[in-house]
Each structure stands twice: as structure tokens, then as C-alpha cells.
Design a protein around this ligand. Structure first.
Ligand SMILES: [Zn+2]
Ligand SMILES: [Zn+2]
Length: 392
């Protein structure tokens, strides 16, 4: 038996032996949903479990209190392969994005590899990446150097489809503020400059612009300030927009057009416009083919199937930013046969079914043996690095 086969068998046996423990943690997270940056219980449970299996844990990494970085080193310090765990929930609907499953996939893939790390040249990490739904925790962690010593990152997201090569749109939150001039709306409206009108013009202009944009573009907006009372011409109006495009270059072009629409509205109404980006952009997902196809083989070998859900279009993911820095893998895996929209109670409930458990355990195994293959096969590791460099 080759050493790959022997270690693979050990990994698969470990995952089976720990399946109840992993599933119990997912249920605990389901019963105790925590919002981004408040994931105290999730972070405590996962880190204490990792410590139990011999990981060294650094808490609060990247200046995020509920983030963590856990590692175990084998016969060499590198390569470093990290599994990412997410564990934030959504307001009122709990784990409607299934991050309770992402949490155990990342942690237990890491734990399974750790069971054989003494025989492998490299380091296995589990990185806890909080607040995916709010600030894009991974983006902060990248900026703060948490991924600087990581060679490859892997995670998996539950879904209604099983897709190896993730798609994610580049996205930029954009706040557009118009400053006008207040005036009595009945007595002297001509002395005022209506900031709300400028913002409404912007919405109309963006809807017209959309007709000439690619179907992949998404522009969604809300009005967060639009005046205080109807008898005063609004002095200030604020719109918050989520603007998305296929990749970062197209997003930058799109943002230019959005700016022109807002400036046109300012010119037309006499208001002054101010555009700010309160958070860094989410970047599109870059897939490294040799990494994706290695995983795909393992997934199929373990009896997994590939399923596309025609009712699904991509959103944005903070792993996109990771995938611009290091090779990253982010398959989605179907936990239900029905089409269920994400971010719903129905999807949260779907994370607790026998099918969800079966597929989650399969995913833990598939990610773990993908890492094993990379540790054992330096040619593959080099090929992944080469292909990644070509994507830049
Ligand atoms: Zn989500
Ligand atoms: Zn999610």
C-alpha cells in the first residue's frame, strides 16, 4: 500500500470516528446562532476542540476578537495548508447561510489531517474567519497579515448545488450622499436645493444605465436618509448601494459610471455629491484549475456527485479576496434535493437533515485528502503555485 493510501485510510477512519462530535458542534451552533464579531460561543467551542486535538491556537488574530488561527506542524514548516471555518449567523433566521456546517467542515478537515501530520512535510491550519456576512472578516484578516504564512486555503459552503469552481462577483458597498439647502416647502421652495431629488434622480439614472450593462451586473440600493419632514426641502439625502460585477476590473469601470450618474444628478439639482466606500471591495473568486481538479477527483472518488442548480446565481464571498492572494478552493455542496433560497429559515432547517450530515461528512473527507495529496506530491504543489501566478 502506498503511503498516500495508508494515510488516506487513516484520515477517512478518523473522520468517521469523529462524525458524531462534529455533528454535535454543528447542532450547538444552530441552537446558539451568533452574529458577526459576536461569535463567542462558536469561537470558544471550535478552539477548545482544536486544542484537544493538539493544535496550538492563537485567538483574536487579525484584530478580530472572535477570529482564530490554529496549527499543527509536521516534519517541515511548509507548505502550509489552511482550512477555513466560518460561524456567523444572520439576524432572526439564525444559520440561514449554513455556516454551522462550514464551521465543522473546516475544523474537522484540519483535525483529520492533524491525525497524520507527524508523517507529513508541512503545516496544517484551521483559521476561524468570523463575520463573513457583515464586514467580510477574511478581508480584514488578509490586511492584517493573517494569511501571510499560508500557502493554500480551502473551505466549502453548503448550498442547493455541488459546484467545484466557485463563482463570486466582485462587490463594492457604495454610499452616495447629496447635500442640498433646506427651505420651507410651501412658502419659499425656490430657495432650497432638494437633496432627495438628487438621490431619486440617481436611482432613476442607475436604472437607465442598467439597460446597457452586462446581465451579471447587480446594482441594489436603499435610501437611508431622505429628509426629516415633508414641509422642509430635504437638506441631506443618503443612499447605500451594493454594486457588483463579474470581476474587479469591470467593477471599477462600473463604479465610474455610477459616479457619473450621481454627478449628473448633482448638476441637475444643484446639490453637492459625496461618494464613499465604507469597506474595501469583495473581490471575484479566482479558481486554480489543478487545485480544483484534484479536489474534484477526491469528491467523486468518495461517491460525491456534481449538481447544478439552475435557480442560482452567484453572490459575493470574502474568500474571493483570499483567492487573489493565495490559491484558494471554495466548492459548494448540495445539502438538499429541493431548490431552497439561501438566507432563509428553510435553508437553516436543511442544515440539520440526514442528507446534510452525509454530505458534510463527505466534504470533510474530500478536503482533508485533497490536502494530503498536496502535502505528499510536491509537483502538484508547485503546479498549483505556478498556475496561481499566471492568474495574476
Ligand atoms: Zn450568506
Ligand atoms: Zn455563507
Amino acid at each position: 500500500m502506498s503511503s498516500y493510501d495508508r494515510l488516506k485510510n487513516k484520515i477517512l477512519e478518523t473522520v468517521d470516528a469523529l462524525a458524531d462530535e462534529a455533528w454535535g458542534i454543528s447542532q450547538f451552533l444552530f441552537d446558539n446562532p451568533e452574529l458577526g464579531l459576536q461569535e463567542l460561543k462558536a469561537s470558544a467551542t471550535l478552539t477548545s476542540t482544536l486544542e484537544k486535538y493538539g493544535f496550538t491556537v492563537e485567538r483574536g488574530v487579525g484584530n478580530l476578537p472572535t477570529a482564530f488561527k490554529a496549527y499543527r506542524t509536521g516534519t517541515a514548516d511548509a507548505p502550509s495548508i489552511a482550512f477555513l471555518s466560518e460561524y456567523d449567523a444572520l439576524p432572526t433566521i439564525g444559520h440561514g447561510c449554513g455556516h454551522n456546517l462550514i464551521a465543522i467542515v473546516g475544523s474537522f478537515a484540519g483535525i483529520a489531517v492533524a491525525h497524520v501530520i507527524n508523517e507529513l512535510p508541512g503545516r496544517v491550519l484551521v483559521i476561524g474567519t468570523p463575520a463573513e456576512e457583515t464586514i467580510g472578516g477574511k478581508i480584514r484578516m488578509l490586511e492584517n497579515g493573517v494569511f501571510d504564512d499560508v500557502d493554500i486555503a480551502m473551505m466549502a459552503h453548503p448550498s442547493t448545488e455541488t459546484v467545484v469552481r466557485a463563482k463570486a462577483l466582485a462587490a463594492q458597498t457604495t454610499v452616495i450622499t447629496f447635500h442640498g439647502k433646506p427651505a420651507h416647502a410651501a412658502a419659499t421652495p425656490w430657495r432650497g436645493i432638494n437633496a432627495l431629488d438628487a438621490l431619486i434622480q440617481t436611482f432613476v439614472g442607475l436604472d437607465q444605465l442598467r439597460k446597457q450593462l452586462k446581465p451579471s451586473v447587480r446594482i441594489a440600493g436603499i435610501i437611508t436618509e431622505g429628509g426629516e419632514r415633508p414641509n422642509v426641502i430635504p437638506e441631506k439625502a443618503v443612499g447605500k448601494f451594493s454594486i457588483r460585477a463579474e470581476n474587479y476590473d469591470e467593477l471599477k469601470e462600473l463604479l465610474n459610471k455610477v459616479q457619473h450618474v450621481a454627478e449628473g444628478a448633482a448638476l441637475a439639482t444643484g446639490a453637492k455629491v459625496e461618494i464613499i466606500f465604507p469597506e474595501p471591495p469583495y473581490l471575484d473568486m479566482r479558481n486554480v484549475e489543478s487545485l480544483a481538479s484534484t479536489f474534484e477527483k477526491k469528491w467523486l472518488e468518495l461517491g460525491g456527485t456534481l449538481i447544478t442548480d439552475p435557480g442560482k446565481t452567484p453572490g459575493s464571498l470574502d474568500i474571493g479576496n483570499v483567492s487573489h492572494k493565495i490559491p484558494a478552493l471554495h466548492p459548494s455542496f448540495a445539502i438538499t434535493d429541493k431548490h431552497i433560497a439561501g438566507h432563509t429559515r428553510e435553508f437553516a432547517d436543511a442544515t440539520r437533515t440526514p442528507m446534510a450530515r452525509r454530505e458534510t461528512i463527505r466534504m470533510i473527507k474530500a478536503l482533508a485528502i485533497t490536502a494530503l495529496e498536496i502535502f505528499i506530491n510536491p509537483d502538484l504543489f508547485n503546479q498549483i503555485k505556478r498556475e496561481f501566478a499566471q492568474l495574476q
